[in-house]
Design a protein around this ligand. Structure first.
Ligand code: G3I
Length: 462
């Protein structure tokens, strides 16, 4: 079936879609007033208990989730208080208790009175106040324990913190087309149901990893033409199926190598089709968008990669790709800057800002798509303080660039982070964690405050 006929049929009609179930977790909120200038004042009220850090003031003055708490290790004091619905009840109950936990064995303890009120203000609210579309998070739903963790789900559900969601795995090729031209979007539908009310950055269509075996070990060896057709069929049917339920698609992910001289990464697509597979992928995606099946005409098309957050050979390769695709009259709307950083070696705010502006100058948007800042375990007050600075600088750079339209963290809870499994001895990269493990109250880290300060345009209060 030719590319054109695939387009006109719009094979998968909207009617196949089940209505998403509503997730009803109510939130317990702390009494908080959030006016940037008042911060310091609110910190005064807390400084008695947290003489060392203002981050707690930020966090106490912002958060509203039932199950999230604050730690602040800045200035080497470790304090944490848990404001959970109640340590025994599931997050959806509305009574509030306070518990204090000493995270790193150092520093004092404190209590914060929490009462349930209607007022809410979180990272997503602050992002929007800073002119961004959202602050979002990746979530590995379904698949890992996240979906079954009531504390995780309550925090994930809080639209005041997370206005966007990215599927960490379930919309990848391996899961959406397990056999050739046999699509399975059931897992993706579960993710979308869990993310009701959030914008969705759909991720990803063509990548070297998480590919089905019929692609990686075909019964008949691929030719340029047969693999091109299979790749384009995948792109078109997937974009058309989800239509405008996706704000954007990462059409191609991580096509370039690292290093002073960058090339195309070696994978089944570059080996069989050649570097042209990237342009062919965007061409197919452009046709799918133009077909406007299920409202797909609104979908933005992104190239997503890591180590392109500062000027260098790889960022230049991505910029040349943008120019090439645009010169061919093919659609590309944005660049995803993954931003998987290491505390202490994260590009400065100025470096990241200049890099974002270099991409924007090519008439594309940028998004910080997979932000986390990992550190060597165990965390120390110094490395955690540096982590806050790195989160702050990354978000501040985005705030300073109007066409940096949003920031997404690559999951928000260390319990479910990809980092320890990939980088042994490292971790603690997200903005919250569960000191007592999965299915227990979340603890909001100073990194959360770093993001908030940046969106609120506050100086990073070291
Ligand atoms: O689906 C299998 C499951 O059947 C099996 O029981 C389980 C246990 O081994 O593994 C499951 O597959 C895992 C998959 O995540 C789904 O959870 C893979 O082993 C695991 O390698 C895979 O890791 C994902 C990784 O991409 C794959 O490279 C991470 O969760 C995901 O966070 C990570 O995300 C990538 C972005 O897509 C692109 N940028 C970098 C980022 C981090 O690597």
């Amino acid at each position: 079936m030719s590319l054109r006929s695939l387009l006109t049929t719009g094979l998968l009609a909207a009617s196949a879609l089940a209505a998403p179930p509503a997730y009803g977790a109510s939130t317990v909120t702390k009494t908080v007033t959030v006016t940037a200038s008042a911060h310091c004042s609110s910190s005064t009220s807390h400084s008695t208990s947290h003489s060392t850090s203002h981050s707690t003031s930020h966090s106490t003055s912002t958060t509203k989730h039932s199950t999230v708490k604050t730690t602040s290790t800045k200035k080497s004091s470790t304090l944490s208080t848990v404001v959970s619905s109640s340590s025994t009840a599931s997050p959806s109950s509305t009574s509030a208790t306070t518990t204090s936990v000493n995270t790193n064995g150092g520093g004092g303890t404190t209590t914060i009175l929490a009462t349930a009120t209607a007022t809410n203000y979180g990272l997503n609210d602050a992002a929007k106040a800073a002119g961004k579309l959202w602050l979002g998070t990746a979530a590995d739903i379904p698949g890992t324990g996240e979906a079954a963790d009531p504390y995780y789900i309550t925090a994930f559900n809080n639209i005041h913190d997370f206005g966007e969601a990215t599927p960490a795995n379930i919309m990848k090729f391996e899961f959406t087309e397990p056999q050739q031209n046999v699509f399975d979007f059931s897992g993706a539908e579960t993710f979308l149901a869990a993310s009701a009310g959030k914008a969705i950055r759909c991720h990803n269509l063509v990548w070297s990893q998480e590919l089905p075996t019929w692609i990686t070990a075909p019964t008949t060896p691929w030719t340029n033409a047969t693999l091109t057709a299979a790749m384009q069929n995948h792109i078109i049917k997937t974009i058309q199926y989800f239509g405008d339920r996706c704000y954007s698609w990462d059409v191609v992910n991580e096509a370039f190598t690292d290093g002073a001289v960058t090339n195309y990464t070696s994978n089944i697509f570059s080996q069989t089709i050649g570097p042209a597979y990237v342009v062919l992928a965007f061409d197919a995606a452009t046709q799918a968008v133009k077909s406007n099946v299920n409202g797909s005409s609104s979908v933005k098309l992104y190239y997503n990669d890591y180590n392109i957050e500062n000027a260098g050979a790889k960022a230049t390769a991505a910029q040349n790709l943008v120019k090439d695709i645009k010169n061919r009259g093919i659609q590309i709307d944005g660049i995803g800057l993954e931003s998987h950083f290491i505390a202490g070696s994260t590009p400065s705010k100025a470096t990241q800002q200049a890099n974002m502006e270099a991409f924007v100058a090519l008439d594309v948007d940028v998004v910080v798509t997979e932000l986390d800042v990992r550190l060597n375990l165990p965390p120390t007050a110094a490395t955690e303080a540096q982590q806050v600075v790195d989160y702050y600088n990354t978000v501040s750079a985005c705030v300073a660039v109007p066409r940096c339209v949003g920031v997404v963290v690559w999951d928000f809870d260390d319990t479910y982070s990809w980092i320890p499994g990939t980088f042994p001895g490292q971790g603690y990269g997200d903005i919250m964690y569960q000191p007592n493990g999965a299915n227990t109250p979340l603890v909001r880290k100073a990194a959360y405050d770093g993001i908030l300060e940046a969106f609120l345009g506050l100086p990073e209060a070291l």
